[in-house]
Design a protein around this ligand. Sequence first.
Ligand SMILES: *[C@@H]1O[C@H](CO)[C@@H](O)[C@H](O)[C@H]1NC(C)=O
Length: 328
Amino acid sequence: MATPTTKRSLLSALTSSLLLAHTQATPWKVLDVDFPDPAIIHTDDGYHAFATTSGDINTQVAHSADFTTWTLLEGHDALPAPFPDWVIDDPKPGVWAPDVIQRDDGTFIMYYCAYARQDPTKHCVGAATSPSVEGPYTPEANVLACPTEQGGAIDASGYKDDDGTWYVVYKVDGSALNTDANYHPTPIMLQKMEADAVTPVGEPVQLIDRGEADGPLVEAPSITRGADGVYYMGFSSNMFDTLYYDMSWATAEAIAGPWTKSQDPGAPLLVTGDDSDAGPLGGPGGADFRDDGKAILFHAFNNGQNTSEGRGTWAAEISLEGGRITLL
Ligand SMILES: *[C@@H]1O[C@H](CO)[C@@H](O)[C@H](O)[C@H]1NC(C)=O
């Protein structure tokens, strides 16, 4: 239930986004179905996007030759059962927010999360491999991150640094422990990986955590590096099923930090009420950077109001410069 206070904050968010709208370019809607938490990969076969479970599909896939027009691969599941022992015994184990990268040997790696057998109310993160981008992906036996006492781990995203080192960033899902407004930490962690991109090296390090301005959480991290040499992390704040959800960003000079959440007047980059070719956005977030850092995919409410008609996917071109992200 929204209190009078939260309604006022929402009104002010709506007002400031309307004031900013005329300076911003227009994101365009690319998938008018339920396709949340989109992740992008670019290959010789154009662009593929992967999304959270919907209907009977664990991991949805869409394709685009030109990044402008996208087609859902209807009925295609890139991550069908069976799952390894760390996952609950269910062919549909709640697979959220997959991300796909291509290793130097050509193998595709999917990072995904699923409900964990050691605590079936929490998600943990694993990896799966495939010789082809569309899968089907074969899960690795070992879990990659499984801090169930802190709420589990979700929203894994792969990143290859300029020196060739693979990293996985993910959210420790303290949100899964929240029973009241005493919000648990939701740190975004950085895990260094072996060259195989599936074996962790050492312990993960914390990059950012939720603060007052983020409401209950931060999540959905995606990292890229600008031509300015700055590391940019896109992330979402607030609950995904409310109009407060957004996409903001943090910057760093080194991948392990320290990271600083942007105080730029243009941050968050995306909030409810921002313009799009399909009308004002509702609950935008869950964004992923395109490999070249020049565009994003993100989701928002199909009906502009709530999740009842699912979350569709939008695209936007961006620029990264001087620590700022702007819509082109
Ligand atoms: C969701 O939004 C639609 C469209 O505004 C509205 O008709 C419906 O009642 C809302 N559902 C919930 C559960 O709030």
